[in-house]
Design a protein around this ligand. Sequence first.
Ligand code: ZN
Ligand code: ZN
Length: 108
Amino acid sequence: MRKQIRKEQRRMQRESKVVADFYKSDAWEKTRKAYIISKYGMCERCNSAGVIVHHKTYITKQNIHDERITLSFDNLELLCRKCHNQEHFKDEYGCVFDDEGNPIAPPK
Ligand SMILES: [Zn+2]
Ligand SMILES: [Zn+2]
């Protein structure tokens, strides 16, 4: 049982490294900056200062090389930290979503 969990953690670490590398890429940095400018640096939900460019379709290892997902303005949303947290932690019960947008149960 424990082994299973560790295997799963390793898989997630590998996956998050692929995603982390994308977020460090020049292509993303350029797209991110251009997108922020196009939205006048304002959170699209509450109009306070936008700091995070969120992917509406979450990035995964499977779609990381699909520029229509990773670099298309259509899939981006400029959010402040608060709205971004709300997006990823949808409700007060702590229901969170995995990278594919599936709800996952809160840790007991
Ligand atoms: Zn906001
Ligand atoms: Zn996000």
